[in-house]
Design a protein around this ligand. Sequence first.
Ligand code: C5P
Length: 299
Amino acid sequence: MPSVTVRVPAKVNLVLSVGPRRPDGFHELATVFHTVSLFDEVVASPAEEVSVTIEGAQADSVPVDESNLAVQAARTLAAYAGVTTGARLLVRKGIPVAGGMAGGSADAAAALVACDALWGTGLGRAELSILGTRLGSDVSFGLVGGTALGTGRGERLTPAMVGGTFHWVLAIAESGLSTPEVYAELDRQRGKRAVAAPTVAPEVLAALRAGDAEALGAVLDNDLQPAACTLAPELEATLETGLGLGALGAVVSGSGPTCAFLVRDPEQALDVAMGLAAAEVSADVQRASGPVPGARVVT
Ligand code: C5P
């Protein structure tokens, strides 16, 4: 069996409304996931054991032991489907590591799709999604991609209608933030205050349907943003710089520290990207567009 290559995109949360902390430690969410064209690739090749190697500028920051989500994904699928062989996984990182763009979950989604094809287990997306949810809250979305309303801990998905392509500039920080630490900081800031049930305003879905970037820019919102900015105070300046350059909206992506700027078109993306790079407020600046499909076999 030849190797299988799967390409999987990063996500930003256009809205991330965080409700109360649940007894299982997760928070109830209402979020709008949106894939953007920054990709990881996972190549799965025949092998007796499951192993992983990582390529890319931030490869050293990704573990290659049991804690690697792609390894966990392969093992979970093998156990579920009764597969006794292994797979050698190669992960080519294009998604920022620990950047709030679900890079780890994307790799898990890609590894599920790649190993399913490599081993001929023939599971449907729905079954892979159930396995994916055991691995991380964002894995289900990595399997489908596009733009979707997420509830529960983010694993219950409803596709959202999108009337066009949106253009983004992403400011990527030098070092990452830990998702559990950002949620813990949010809980600390909330203290004993009562927390309302999470919601997504109808204006967000209307802006998406209309393909109206200006309207969408005005309603980008992330409850984790204040906590991320407390843990990484330099993000305030990054967000202000992008807005000062004329971006239609700015939001910390997921638990951060990547900042996502919505712009009008590819020309404005170039202007804002160049301005952010010149201001030296982040380690790297990338342009992307969305939505794009989720994890797909490319060979
Ligand atoms: O599911 P995932 O591995 O992405 O979650 C990482 C951590 O983020 C969890 O252990 C939890 O601390 C926090 N989290 C949360 N509520 C969610 C999703 C994640 O508290 N809905």
